[in-house]
Ligand binder design. Structure first.
Ligand code: SAM
Length: 245
């Protein structure tokens, strides 16, 4: 049994019940970045870390049918990996925690880690685990809430309707400046690709932590959650440079 101190138990229940063919809007943007990066390549490998039931890999496979993509999904919950395997038979699955050193044994042309970093209290260790597994010339794409102010935020929350209620992880926000400092010691190019919800979403009655949108002066569809946070997601795109010969 893996240590689960760095994960959220609620993810298993939530994602077991979300259909694999129900892609998130930000996943579509990530697919378009992968499409652009590998436009000249017929074949490449992709690891989705924190893959849940596999909805991103499912979208990637169906969005790029002309490419041969060697797919791997990594997650801490075996039940979620089983759903991925049922739907994408050729995918390799890895049950591991991204916070454990050497959790990834191979290297990949593309690595994605979507909506998962906000669970971790530290950015560096899971980042290094992922970055060290990217092939030269390959890309690492991380989606999360990132802070434009130089402030890292750690969150704990609980639903008081559950008794006894336990504190859940998630919704941590790492500052872009702190991440840029970390990236400066790597042979990598990076860019922030901002993401905005393209349509309105209503609050979810049963789960107040599922984001919905409100209208503000700056944003017609500002995402918020039941902790009163403004949720501003970006995609961090890191390209590993090829070493000079
Ligand atoms: C909020 S969900 C995001 C799922 C999916 N990537 C998406 O964007 O829809 C976070 C995922 O990370 C997984 N996870 C949580 N802690 C983890 C850890 N320490 N190592 C690997 N996966 C973890 C959860 O099981 C869950 O599938």
């Amino acid at each position: 049994m893996l240590p689960v101190t760095s994960s959220r138990n609620i993810d298993k229940n939530i994602y077991c019940n979300i259909p694999i063919d129900n892609p998130k809007e930000i996943h579509k943007k990530v697919v378009s970045l992968i499409r652009d990066h590998f436009s000249d390549q017929q074949e490449f490998s992709c690891l989705d870390a924190g893959c849940a039931q596999g909805s991103f890999l499912y979208l990637l496979k169906n969005s790029l049918p002309d490419k041969q993509i060697h797919m791997t999904g990594l997650d801490i919950h075996k039940e979620l990996l089983n759903i991925l395997k049922e739907n994408i038979k050729e995918a390799i699955t890895i049950e591991a925690s991204l916070t454990e050193k050497n959790c990834i044994k191979s290297t990949y042309d593309a690595i994605t880690c979507l909506g998962t970093f906000s669970i971790f209290d530290d950015f560096k260790e899971p980042f290094e685990n992922l970055y060290s597994s990217v092939n030269e010339g390959g890309i690492l794409l991380i989606t999360s809430e990132f802070n434009t102010f130089p402030i890292d935020v750690i969150m704990r929350y609980r639903d008081v309707r559950n008794s006894p209620s336990s504190w859940e992880k998630g919704w941590n926000i790492f500052s872009k400046v702190g991440i840029e400092n970390l990236l400066s010691s790597h042979e990598a190019d990076f860019e922030w690709v901002d993401f905005k919800m393209p349509f309105a979403r209503a609050p979810h009655q049963e789960d107040p932590m599922r984001t919905w949108t409100i209208q503000t002066n700056e944003n017609s569809f500002q995402q918020v959650n039941g902790a009163g946070q403004l949720v501003n997601q970006s995609i961090l795109k890191v390209t590993k440079k090829r070493s000079k010969i």
